[in-house]
Structures are given as structure tokens and as C-alpha cells.
Write a protein that binds this ligand. Structure first.
Ligand code: ADP
Ligand code: MG
Length: 327
């Protein structure tokens, strides 16, 4: 499903040259769950960005489902991402003016799914993430764990062939991480989705079929796991560390929470947002915001949903200067 050959990425800033990735070779099968681990700065995010076509490699190629992502232009990439790829980022990337259902339904809009149908599909996907009652909530009315589950629902709703996730549980407490990871595991296994997840927590990688360890931009280990765990558990000593997101409704895969606090009563939950006139009505605006939300140029610029076009332009020159001429 994914084939990486002699991938190299060099960043240049002024006279400084950082070899972020050096001669990466990797092949991932359909339905494989691959964790990319390694110390901070080892090149994990850079690798994910090259795989997802969010940045151009300096050398080498990335082929996904038979198509050379590294050779595509921006338009081809945009279409390819819409049809084949899903993304989950550490900082959620939800559009603040849209409800959970609207956020999740966005990728389906690009696929031409009619409004009523895509909102129905979005709500079904939210239910799978234990958020059936939060469909009309805006991101600010939800906890971090809930927002990330909306982000995951959005990544999965179009059943993409491949999903990339960069530290999807990085901002979550250990209890919420268990719920989010197990929800992801269920979805990828049920739908045979190829899933590539960056993490720096080795415990999370125990559920993967494959663990690729990076060091200084190179593959240090490439391990195939014989018996990956089918469910993720809180690592020893971290159990009950904090339980601030007990809102996972009716998720069969969530572990029993005998001593976890109950979900707040309905009155304590912020009222569902009224259908706001401020919700963007123009398709162009939604598309621009979505492009930024679903395919940020990098972790650094991913929050710049306000002016996605400008954010992209700001990044491009820097990236263009990074191409090496070593022939
Ligand atoms: P990780 O995700 O494993 O923490 P990264 O892939 O973010 O590591 O970074 C790998 C290396 O590349 C680091 O030395 C980092 O400083 C450098 N790097 C990443 N992005 C850029 C960039 N846009 N410009 C310059 N250097 C970068
Ligand atoms: Mg990173």
C-alpha cells in the first residue's frame, strides 16, 4: 500500500543544513498498522509529512496505492488526499465555527455526498467514537479528548485507504488515551485501513503490526510484531492518573470504569449550539478552511485556518530552498 524508496529530506535555513531524513526505505502492506517511534528530532513528523505528500522530499519517492505521491503537483495531491488519505493531528484541527457533525461531514462534501446523507454518516461515525450526543456541540464545548475523537471521526468517515496520525494522543491524559487508541484500533481493524502513527510512547506501539524506530533521520529498527495487542491498556503505574474525560458513551471497546466518575448530567453539559447564522455558508470558504484543516503544511502552521492560502505560500519558499542538488 505504501512504498518508500531512498527517501531523503534536507532542510536548509540560511547556510545551515539539517538532514532530517536520510535514505529511508519502507514498504507497508494494506491494513498494516505501523508505528513510527524515536526520540524528539529523529525525523518522525518529517517522515509522516513526506508520506502524506504534505512536503516534497529532497530525493527518493513515496508511492501510495500505486501512485507516486512525490511526483504529484498540488492539485493532483489535493484530489489524491481527498480520495485516499485521512489525517489525525495532535492539535485536533477542528473548525471552531462548525459543530461536531459538520466537522466530521466536511471530507464527504469533497466526495460529493449530499448534505443530509453526509450528516447522517457523520453522526454514525461520531456514535462509534462514543459521541452520539455531542453532534451539535462546537469544539469549544468539548474536552480535548472529545475534540480528538471528533478529529478521528473526521479522518475515518470517508473510509480512506490510509490514515496518518502524528501523536494523536499527545495532548490527552492516559485514561483518554486508552479510549481514543482503542476506538482507533477497532476502526482500522474492522475496515482494513493502513494506519501510520507517529508516537514517542513505546507503550502505544505494542498494538502495532510494525514498529519503525528512527534515529537521526535513519531507520534504526524495523520490527514486525508477531502478536500485536488487540487492545491498549494504561501502562503500569499510570492507571487512574487523571480521569477528566469519562464522557465516552456506549463504546463497547472501552474498558469498564467502575471507579471512574460518571459523565456529567445533561444539565451540566453546555447547551447544544443553536443553528448559528455565523456558520460559513459559502462553499469556497469552507473548502479553504478545510484544506488547511485536513492538510496542514506542517505541525507549526496547522492552526492557521484563518488564512490557509497565505500559510501555504509562507511555507512554500522555505521548502523550495530545501531541495538538494547532489547529483
Ligand atoms: P520529530 O517529529 O521526530 O520530533 P522532526 O521530523 O520534527 O522530528 O524533525 C527532524 C529534524 O528536522 C529536526 O532536527 C528538526 O529540527 C528538523 N526540522 C523539521 N522541520 C524543519 C523545518 N521546517 N525547517 C528546518 N528544520 C526542520
Ligand atoms: Mg514530531
Amino acid at each position: 500500500m505504501i512504498k518508500v524508496e531512498h527517501l531523503r529530506k534536507v532542510y536548509r535555513t540560511g547556510k545551515e543544513k539539517v538532514v532530517a531524513l536520510d535514505d529511508i526505505n519502507l514498504e507497508l502492506a494494506k491494513g498494516e498498522f505501523c508505528c513510527i517511534v524515536g526520540a524528539s528530532g529523529s525525523g518522525k513528523s518529517t517522515l509522516l509529512n513526506q508520506l502524506a505528500g504534505l512536503e516534497k522530499p529532497s530525493r527518493g519517492s513515496v508511492v501510495i496505492d500505486g501512485q507516486d505521491v512525490s511526483a504529484m503537483n498540488e492539485n493532483q495531491l489535493a484530489i489524491f488526499r481527498q480520495q485516499k488519505l485521512g489525517f489525525v493531528f495532535q492539535s485536533y484541527n477542528l473548525l471552531p465555527t462548525l459543530t461536531a457533525v459538520e466537522n466530521v461531514a466536511l471530507p464527504l462534501m469533497f466526495k460529493g455526498v449530499a448534505k443530509r446523507k453526509r450528516e447522517k454518516m457523520a453522526l454514525e461515525q461520531l456514535k462509534k467514537m462514543g459521541l452520539g450526543k455531542r453532534g451539535s456541540h462546537k469544539p469549544t464545548q468539548m474536552s480535548g479528548g472529545q475534540q480528538q475523537r471528533v478529529g478521528i471521526a473526521r479522518a475515518f468517515v470517508g473510509r480512506p485507504a490510509v490514515i496518518f496520525a502524528d501523536e494523536p494522543t499527545g495532548n490527552l491524559d492516559s485514561h483518554t488515551t486508552v479510549q481514543v487508541m482503542n476506538a482507533i484500533l477497532k476502526l482500522i481493524r474492522e475496515n482494513n485501513i493502513t494506519f501510520v502513527m507517529v508516537t514517542h510512547e513505546r507503550d502505544l506501539a505494542a498494538c502495532a503490526d510494525r514498529i519503525v524506530t528512527l534515529r537521526d533521520g535513519m531507520v534504526l529498527h524495523d520490527e514486525r510484531m508477531e502478536h500485536p495487542k488487540t487492545a491498549y491498556e494504561v501502562p503500569e503505574g499510570e492507571a487512574d492518573a487523571d480521569l477528566n474525560d469519562a464522557s465516552f458513551e456506549s463504546a463497547p471497546q472501552a474498558p469498564a470504569q467502575a471507579d471512574a466518575p460518571c459523565a456529567p448530567p445533561a444539565e451540566a453539559v453546555p447547551a447544544a449550539a443553536p443553528k448559528s447564522a455565523a456558520a460559513p455558508a459559502d462553499t469556497a470558504g469552507i473548502k479553504a478552511a478545510l484544506r488547511a484543516a485536513l492538510a496542514p503544511q506542517s505541525e507549526k502552521s496547522e492552526n492557521s485556518t484563518a488564512k490557509p492560502q497565505q500559510a501555504a505560500e509562507n511555507n512554500t519558499p522555505k521548502e523550495n530552498t530545501t531541495h538538494e542538488n547532489e547529483a
